[in-house]
Design a protein around this ligand. Structure first.
Ligand code: FES
Length: 103
């Protein structure tokens, strides 16, 4: 499955993602600007992305801990998600997201 990414400089690019791991791991392993300091345990918010609104409802629902953490970010927007909390699947082929600015 392909993920379309807009990086912090506003540049679009695509890459072939691996399924069975999180979107964060895919971004990190492809050298996008995702620090993922906590390693995916939903406690650092450095994997913050903005999901294209067309994709929001196709994603797994947000758990309470993710919602609390991400909504505290100064750069929070209604389409904010923590990419470590989204598992990559074939159904997400074409997923489009923007890396959130550093908080
Ligand atoms: Fe830390 Fe996602 S990697 S919250």
């Amino acid at each position: 499955p392909t993920i379309h990414v807009i990086n912090r400089a506003g540049e679009p690019s695509d890459f072939e993602a691996e399924t069975g791991v999180s979107v964060m791991e895919n971004l990190r392993d492809n050298d996008y600007e995702v620090e993922a300091i906590c390693g995916g345990s939903c406690s650092c918010a450095t994997c913050h992305v903005y999901v294209d609104p067309a994709w929001l409802e196709k994603l797994p629902a947000q758990e309470a801990d993710e919602r609390e953490l991400v909504s505290d970010e100064p750069t929070y927007q209604p389409n904010s998600r923590l990419s470590c909390q989204i598992e990559m699947t074939e159904d997400l082929d074409g997923l489009t997201l923007t890396i959130a600015p550093e908080a």
